[in-house]
Design a protein around this ligand. Structure first.
Ligand code: SF4
Length: 199
């Protein structure tokens, strides 16, 4: 466990990629951490955790979830290559958590894993200091909103937290059914309009 302050993003990324805290604690994760971004980013996305295609490619939101996310963001005038090279993409936990036993997508990282990884996320937010944070999916949204709130009450709204505008989006993976419901797509459009306005 580290106890000295991290002063720049390169050092933080190195420490994250070398981190094995969850492995040592006997959680079924596959390091290294998958995270990407620039210190000058004004926008930060926070997903749940990387999937296997993200690990293979070494970049967040690489596969179907990324295609859907960037389709949404395109409506806010955000182009994928520009975003990936100038903005910041991270997750609640940074290492691949493996498949869920139910077979319905990837395993949701436990509260204990989230707690182990949380100091890295706090350091990312401190060092990047983004104007806009987009938490994607329930786990990331619950960093900024009370647990148990329905997505229908949250998606399409924004709020200011410690100087960062928060505009949540639903999980963009194909395993999520929420974004496939017609009424919910209207809420996503509202959220995308907020991203466009706030960024
Ligand atoms: S998920 Fe986070 S705390 Fe756990 S091993 Fe990976 S980087 Fe470390």
């Amino acid at each position: 466990m580290r106890n000295d302050p991290i002063v720049n993003l390169d050092e933080l990324h190195t420490r994250m990629r070398l981190c094995r805290l969850c492995v040592i604690a006997d959680f079924n994760v596959t390091p290294p951490a998958v995270v990407a971004g620039s210190p000058g980013a004004k926008i930060m996305t926070i997903g749940q955790a990387p999937g296997i295609t993200e690990v293979e490619a070494g970049r967040p939101f690489n596969a179907g979830s990324g295609q859907r996310l960037f389709k949404w963001l395109a409506e806010a005038g955000i182009e994928e290559t520009w975003f990936r090279t100038t903005q910041y993409m991270t997750a609640v936990t940074k290492c691949y958590p493996g498949r869920a036993k139910s077979g319905g997508g990837d395993r949701v990282p436990s509260r204990a894993e989230q707690a182990l990884c949380r100091p890295f996320l706090d350091d990312e937010i401190r060092l990047v200091n983004p104007a806009l944070i987009i938490p994607i999916g329930k786990l990331a949204i619950e960093l900024f909103y009370p647990k148990g709130l329905k997505l229908t009450k949250i998606i399409g709204t924004e709020k200011l937290v410690n100087g960062h505008w928060i505009v949540p989006l639903p999980h963009s993976s194909g395993a999520s059914r929420w974004h496939q419901i017609a009424e919910n797509r209207e809420l996503i459009q509202l959220a995308v309009a907020l991203v466009s306005y706030t960024r």
